[in-house]
Design a protein around this ligand. Structure first.
Ligand SMILES: NC(=O)c1ccc[n+]([C@@H]2O[C@H](COP(=O)([O-])OP(=O)(O)OC[C@H]3O[C@@H](n4cnc5c(N)ncnc54)[C@H](OP(=O)(O)O)[C@@H]3O)[C@@H](O)[C@H]2O)c1
Length: 282
């Protein structure tokens, strides 16, 4: 049994990890009780809690809002992540840090990125750059670190793309959805199962890409969401990303290949099966 601190335990992924059935002891840290941008208080809290493993799921995750809040996005996604890594080093704890496919520019024709590819999204959104800075920040410290890159996260009850599609369909009665942005949907319960397997296997430190199998365009995922939730009759029109006004510009084809965890026997089921499970639970 490992004493695990879930940072961001009230969030979409954090709450699944916190409540996931497992023998491990779980501790939580989230706003408003703990603000991880307060470095000294966070160090103190970790010394008090004495976790053996910290899983950092906390982040400034509103990609569009980050464009007008770069200072806060960097404080949470980069500086606080580095501070957690330093606290882990001082405690002798290991760190699992959740990162994103958006550290890649996604401009190489849809060829998936392997774990050993160098992140290259230096001109991307504030969110993407702040998460990339977070990966660099934690590597400065000599903690035992796992960087887990995921994409298009969704879970029952969370704020996520399929939930927004269902809400928009019910409100508007017809949808226009981008068909030239591609990603790997990642179902939080499947990701949690994979992470606990990595923990139990004592997987070596390093970078891991953990998403459900297969890729989709936003349009494909939206269409499948409508079908699986009994809304297949709702008209849905594919549009290019240039026709969808938003503050941030996400990479169009930052697809992730899972090689490192697959080598340990850990793969996630196809995203369509995961989405069907989600649809049954919402
Ligand atoms: N969502 C996606 O599609 C996606 C895709 C790729 C990667 N990721 C990464 O996956 C991880 C989990 O994402 P998620 O969707 O589960 O995020 P989430 O639902 O936004 O959860 C993040 C949690 O962290 C908390 N938090 C934010 N700032 C904090 C601070 N200063 N101190 C303490 N806690 C703080 C949030 O509290 P508040 O809600 O009160 O702010 C929230 O409870 C993140 O690292 C994210 O970058 C997400």
């Amino acid at each position: 049994m490992t004493r695990i601190l879930i940072v961001g335990h009230k969030g979409q992924l954090g709450s699944i990890l916190y409540n996931y059935p497992s023998e491990h002891e779980r501790l939580g840290m989230d706003l408003p009780e703990h603000d991880i941008t307060n470095a000294s208080e966070t160090q103190y809290a970790l010394r008090e809690m004495r976790p053996e493993l910290v899983i950092n799921t906390a982040a400034f995750t509103n990609v569009d809002a980050a464009e007008s809040n770069p200072d806060l996005a960097y404080r949470i996604n980069a500086h606080a992540a580095g501070n957690l890594a330093r606290a882990c080093r001082d405690l002798g704890a290991s760190l699992i840090h959740i990162s994103t496919n958006e550290v890649f520019a996604g401009d190489r024709g849809g060829q998936p990125y392997d774990e050993w590819d160098g992140p290259d999204n230096f001109r991307g959104s504030v969110y993407a750059r702040s998460k990339l800075a977070g990966e660099y920040a934690i590597r400065f410290y000599n903690a035992e670190i796992h960087i887990i890159r995921i994409a298009w996260l969704f879970s029952p009850g969370g704020v996520n793309f399929p939930a927004k599609i269902v809400n928009a369909a019910d409100k508007l009665g017809a949808l226009k959805v981008v068909d030239d942005e591609f990603g790997n949907p990642t179902y939080a319960p499947d990701l949690a199962e994979a992470l606990y397997k990595l923990i139990d296997l004592k997987a070596p430190p390093g970078v891991y890409h953990l998403t459900n199998s297969g890729a989709a365009s936003r349009y494909e995922m939206a269409r499948e969401t409508l079908r699986l939730t009994g809304r297949g009759h709702i008209p849905i029109e594919p549009i290019p990303h240039t026709a969808w006004q938003r503050a941030a510009t996400p990479p169009l084809q930052a697809l992730l290949a899972n090689r490192a965890a697959a080598a340990l026997g850990i793969t996630l089921r196809p995203w369509q099966e995961a989405l069907a499970d989600w649809a049954e639970k919402v």
